[in-house]
Structure formats: C-alpha cells, structure tokens
Design a protein around this ligand. Structure first.
Ligand code: NAP
Length: 438
C-alpha cells in the first residue's frame, strides 16, 4: 500500500511539503485540501496584485498538481466539512499548512469603530478573497489613511492606496477596489511604526517602490534616522544599511507637487481611535526604544484619518481538537511534529514571518522528520476522504475545476490585466463545473 498523505492548505508551504513528500516517498498519494475552490493560498490572496512576477511561482505549483498521485481537493474546510479527528483517521500522514488566517488586532479604545479595517479584510478586498469585507464605499471617501506596522504588508497597503489608474491597470487587483482607490480623495497615507528604522521589517525592494510612485511622494517624518546600521545584528546589517540609504533619500527630497504624500513615521503608536459613528482621527504617542521594546513617552499628537488598517501580523484561527501555542497562535509543535502522524509547516508552524522561499526550507526540514518517523501505510487515504465528503454532500472542486476557473478568469482579463478573479464563492463554484471543451 502507498502512504496516504493529506496536506491541509494549498498555499506555498503546502505545495513545498507535497513536493518534498513526493521526493522522499515517491509512491505516496497526496490530497492537497483547501477551503477555497482555488489553490495557491497567499500567492493568490496575499501577495500584492501589482507584484505579478512573484506570482510566477504558481507555475511550479501547477507542475506539482500535475504529478501522479496528487489531487487538489478544493472548497473543503477543516473544521467545517471534516473534523481533525476524521482527517487523522483517514490519512497515514497529515501535514497542516493552513497558514494564519486571523488578523492580530489593536487593543486600544475605538478599535471597533467603522473605518478600522482588519488587515485580512483589507488585503482580501483588493485581492478578491471571497467573503472579505467590501471596503469600496469606505475607501472611495477616504482623505487620509493610517497603516499601522512596519512590515511588508503595511508597505503593500500604503503603495496600493497611493497608486493611480495607470499603475493599477497591469495588475490582478479586484476591479471595484481599483476604481475606489482611483476615485478616493486620498491625500495622506501614514505608515506608523512603534519602533525605529533599524527594527522595521521592510524589504529593500518594497521600500524602494515607495520612491517610484507616479502621483505620490514619500517622506520620512520627524526624521530620527540613525547615521548607520551599526546597532543592527551582524546577519542583517547589510540589509538594514540598504534600507537606511533609501530612507535617507526620502528624507532629503524636496517636497514636490505630486498630490499624495506617504508619510513614514517611526517611534509612534496609536493609543486611541477617535470618532462616534465613524473614525475621524487617531491619537498617537511618541515612543522611545528601551532594550528593544517600544516604550511610550508623554508626548501625544493627533492624525486626522478616515481609514486605519492595522498591518501588525496574523494568528491562527482555532480548529477544534488542535492545540495552539500561547504566544503567536501557531499550532503547538516540536520542530514541526504535532502528534504521531501529524506535522505542521509554514506560518502555522513558525509564525507569520519569512518570504515564500522560506517555506521550501521549512517543508524540507519537516519532511526529513517524517522520514525519520517512517510512518506505516495502513489507512484508507483518498477513498476514505471521498466517503466522508460524499456523505456530507460537500461540493468539492478538483484540479480540473480549478483550471476551468483559471481559464475563465484569464479570459476576463485583457488590456494588460492578466486575469480578473471571481470574488463571489458561488460564481467560482458555478464556473468550476463547466469543463473546457477538449
Ligand atoms: P511583520 O513583518 O511581522 O510586521 C508586523 C509589524 O507590526 C512590525 O513592524 C511590528 O512591530 C508591528 N506590530 C505588531 N504588533 C503591533 C502593535 N500592537 N502595535 C503596533 N505595531 C505592531 O508582518 P507583516 O507585514 O504582516 O508580514 C508578514 C510576513 O509576510 C513577513 O515575513 C513579510 O516579510 C511577508 N511579506 C513579504 C512580502 C514581500 O516579500 N513582498 C509582502 C508581504 C508580506 P515590532 O517589530 O515592533 O513587533
């Protein structure tokens, strides 16, 4: 009998795990399960729509999907369509690769006011993620936006808000989101970090892109830029030096007449969101950094704003029977082992950090543990899964169904757009049932 494997989550970490499993156990049969009818997880729903070259990695994932013994089982959600216990009873090996789908939230007064949008919803809106909040009516009225956090997601959000129609054409952004961004009377976008430039998580290409916007100028506010990156750890010093050079160039540029301003602000935190029916402003405090931690001073100030996106990271959504670790909400694990026969990779294992390629290394490490554990091929695998899903009448989408969706989305593109994604789940499901004529 061949080893039966379930990979739960069809994002980068899932595909790298499936690939590594096929190399280690060439006869294994792998079901890659995903809650959406479409594969590729954060490459489809997280990577910014103007970063098309990053999305080319899906060509590799498509090849994995084509390999003998590999199935895509879309529109099947762990915890909704099958339980964790059922999954374990059916597969010899379960690899959890579902990432982190819940946003970290700001715990400050006013954080529930309209105008404050969880990052998962905001990114989901412009990336056409089914069921995410429609932010168009909010964004189309936004004059001033605050993005909290000094990571790449904060830069993605700020950059997209600052883009013009011509800069959004050759992207796979949800068209209604592009329309709202273009029509918005937006003049100021504040990217606020609680610590300093050295501590920020920006990547050099993403930071540099803020200097290439057509109608927006980027400035560094209250520029407390260190002279060099000597305070940084040796392993990241070069990277920090490069970022500092970019920040210095932003701070030295004279103000020009471009209508939008992206303000990079360091050593500041939001402490209250002000408003009654809708947020109107954010009260901020200036920080100092003591032993690597942001510590508030007495100095406060107010930023007028109609939109606030906390881009401060992610955590795991809870699944019955699956223990999460306290701090970062990752699945509780020891180097990737969860319990006998169950493993975890990617963000769900190590927390929400790293780039796409980090998941390849991560998956190989965990698969080498599976080799050591040498599981027996004794369970029903795909047949068992199909039985559970058919008993519940689950409307699953296979690889052919996904390719039908893919072809239809590509056909909806054109004029520079590589595709126009389906945003409504039922539309995706309907499309998946049409088969491309041979
Ligand atoms: P991130 O890099 O961890 O950044 C989160 C930011 O939020 C940090 O600046 C953090 O500050 C701040 N933060 C956390 N809690 C906060 C709070 N309560 N108040 C104020 N600030 C708070 O996370 P991310 O931007 O969500 O990105 C997730 C991962 O995806 C990262 O590995 C990122 O590089 C990757 N990604 C990559 C790309 C790309 O390569 N183009 C694009 C998008 C995302 P502290 O440092 O002080 O904690």
């Amino acid at each position: 009998m061949n080893l039966s494997v379930a990979v739960v989550g069809a994002g980068p970490s899932g595909f790298y795990a499936a690939d590594a499993m096929l190399k280690a156990f060439p006869c294994s049969r792998i079901d890659i399960i995903d809650r959406w009818p479409t594969p590729f997880g954060l490459v489809r729903f997280g990577v910014a729509p103007d970063h098309l070259s990053t999305k080319n990695v899906t060509k590799l994932y498509e090849k994995i999907l084509d390999k003998p013994g590999v199935r895509f089982i879309g529109n099947v959600e762990l915890g909704r369509d099958l339980t964790y216990e059922e999954l374990k009873s059916v597969f010899d090996v379960v690899i959890l690769s579902f990432g982190m789908e819940a946003p970290r939230v700001l715990d400050i007064p006013g954080a529930n006011l309209p105008g404050v949008v969880p990052v998962t919803d905001f990114v989901g809106w412009y990336n056409a993620t089914p069921k995410s909040m429609d932010c168009s009516s909010l964004v189309v009225k936004t004059r001033s936006a605050v993005v909290v956090g000094n990571g790449n997601v904060a830069l993605d959000v700020a950059r997209l808000l600052a883009k013009t129609e011509s800069e959004l054409v050759a992207t796979d952004i949800e068209p209604s989101a592009a329309e709202a961004i273009v029509q918005a009377p937006l003049r100021d976008i504040y990217v606020v970090g609680r610590r300093g430039p050295i501590e920020s998580n920006f990547s050099f290409p993403e930071l540099s892109e803020l200097g290439e916007l057509l109608e927006a100028q980027t400035s560094v506010e209250n520029a407390r830029l260190p002279a060099d990156a000597s305070a940084a750890e040796e392993s990241v010093k070069k990277k920090k030096e490069r970022n500092l050079r970019v920040l210095k160039s932003f701070s030295e540029r004279k103000a020009d007449d471009r209508p939008v301003r992206v303000h990079l602000m360091f050593y500041v935190s939001p402490i209250e969101i002000i408003g009654s029916d809708q947020m109107t402003a954010v009260k901020m405090v200036r920080n100092t950094v003591v032993n690597g931690k942001a510590v508030a001073t007495d100095e406060t100030f107010v930023i007028d704003a109609d939109l606030l996106v906390p881009a401060i990271g992610y955590k795991s959504a809870s699944i019955k029977g699956l223990p999460l670790s306290g701090n970062d909400g990752a699945v509780r694990n020891q180097d990737g082992r969860v319990e006998p026969g169950v493993y975890v990779v990617g963000w769900a294992r190590r927390g929400p950090n790293g780039v796409i390629g980090t998941n390849r290394v991560d998956a190989r490490e965990v698969v080498s543990l599976i080799e050591v554990d040498s599981p027996a091929a004794i369970k029903a695998g795909s047949v068992g899964l199909d039985n559970v899903l058919s008993e519940r009448n689950v409307d699953l989408v296979d690889a052919a169904g996904w390719r039908q969706i893919d072809a239809a989305e590509t056909a909806r593109g054109g004029g520079g757009r590589p595709r126009v994604k389906f945003r409504i789940l039922d539309e995706m499901l309907r499309e998946s049932k049409k088969r491309v004529a041979a």
